[in-house]
Ligand binder design. Structure first.
Ligand code: SF4
Ligand code: SF4
Length: 386
């Protein structure tokens, strides 16, 4: 099976909000021009023959405005029709208007947004007023039939409120997808908000338990993805699936990067869409070579790890940007990945081959109906039936 091909378009690195742990916005960032968007379409036409997902990301992509999207969607849909493009957007929703929402609805664009829990937790780390502005945009999106999911960033501070945050998502019927806050590459105190790997591992196990306790009503995307990795022995999200060569990002000026996280960092530019580079052209860039050196490093350094097939060393951005591009280590979240992968494997084996096996099969859904805590196989049933 061909692995997915993903292109992230960053119309601007500008953003009206000022989240304390942000590492990716830039004041005075330009907005992608129509010519650059046309070059994106021409570049992608013959670049790869796989089905493509195109995600608009930022900065804050709604700053590009309605006219930008009114042109971008038909242009990309028509020029890339042979690649069956699927679209998505990641936005804080502050600038969502009925006009924009209708454009996104026309092209069936799922919306990813960001909220870190209840207002009092969220606004401490994302700034005063964030919660209300995002929730206003959320209502506009919903009124226009859009499907919105939120990413919740857990920081060193908000992780202390993990129960409250989980309850917030449950009470509001929201799907939970989480990110650990990364060390900032741009602030004076890079580690202040970052979530330590062991705390992240604890959090994942905590959320696994909460999820199993509330399996009929909760939806935690990360746990679904981690379980799919363990069960299928193949990474199912970019972090665990050798993203190099499968993911690219294009910044406002048309520069091509390995992923949105590198956008705006000149040393990670691989080429420019105006030159319509082939993969062989991009392979000449330093960024391409470093990304592939990371893959080789993982093959060697993780070879004894039982999780290597579906972990693949984690995210290369996390691993190589703190060292200025030197490939010296795997993703610093390795301890967290080990903790949750160990936990999932242990529970899976216990249910498949241990005493838990007696309770499985037909009994799985019955147990859930009886409000007993679900097990890993119940989670599998839920994932398969969705
Ligand atoms: S660099 Fe990290 S975030 Fe970016 S595509 Fe690769 S794994 Fe995903
Ligand atoms: S869990 Fe750690 S050691 Fe194992 S494959 Fe992932 S990064 Fe490598």
């Amino acid at each position: 099976m061909k692995s997915p091909f993903h292109v992230m378009l960053i119309p601007t690195l500008g953003c009206p909000s000022n989240c304390h742990y942000c590492w990716s916005s830039e004041e005075d960032s330009p907005v992608m021009s129509r010519d650059t968007m046309r070059d994106v379409a021409i570049w992608l036409k013959n670049f790869d023959d796989r089905q493509v997902t195109i995600t608009f990301h930022g900065g804050e992509p709604l700053l590009a405005g309605a006219d930008f999207y009114r042109e971008a969607f038909p242009l990309l849909s028509e020029e890339l029709s042979h690649l069956k493009p699927a679209f998505a957007i990641q936005t804080n929703l502050w600038r969502m208007t009925p006009e924009l929402a209708q454009i996104f609805a026309t092209y069936h664009v799922p919306i990813g947004s960001s909220i870190d829990g209840p207002k009092e937790v969220n606004d401490v780390q994302r700034g005063d007023g964030y919660f209300d502005k995002t929730m206003h945009g959320y209502r506009v999106a919903r009124e226009n039939g859009l499907n919105v999911r939120f990413i919740c960033t857990f920081t060193s501070q908000s992780v202390e409120h993990r129960e409250e945050i989980f309850n917030f998502f449950m009470e509001n019927g929201l799907v939970l997808k989480l990110h650990p806050a990364l060390p900032s590459l741009r602030g004076d105190e890079p580690e202040k908000w970052a979530l330590a790997p062991e705390k992240y591992g604890d959090l994942l196990i905590f959320l696994l338990d909460k999820y199993l306790e509330n399996l009929n009503t909760a939806e935690i995307m990360n746990i679904n993805d981690l379980f799919k990795c363990v069960f299928t022995r193949v990474g199912t999200v970019c972090t665990f699936n050798d993203c190099m060569g499968n993911t690219f990002a294009v910044g406002p000026e048309g520069n091509i990067y390995p992923c949105y996280r590198f956008v705006g960092m000149p040393e990670w530019v691989m080429g420019n869409v105006s030159d319509h580079p082939t993969k062989a052209d991009l392979a000449e860039s330093r960024a391409w070579k470093v990304m592939h050196a990371f893959k080789d490093f993982v093959d060697e350094n993780c070879k004894e790890c039982p999780h290597i097939k579906y972990c693949r060393g984690g995210c290369p951005y996390n691993a190589i940007t703190p060292t200025g591009g030197r490939v010296e280590a795997v993703d610093p979240h390795c301890p967290a990945y080990k903790m949750i992968f160990d936990e999932l494997n242990e529970r899976l084996n216990k249910e498949l081959f241990g005493s838990g096996a007696m309770e499985m099969g037909m009994g799985g859904s019955r147990r859930r109906q009886q409000n007993k805590k679900a097990g890993i196989m119940d989670l599998m049933q839920k994932i398969v039936s969705e």
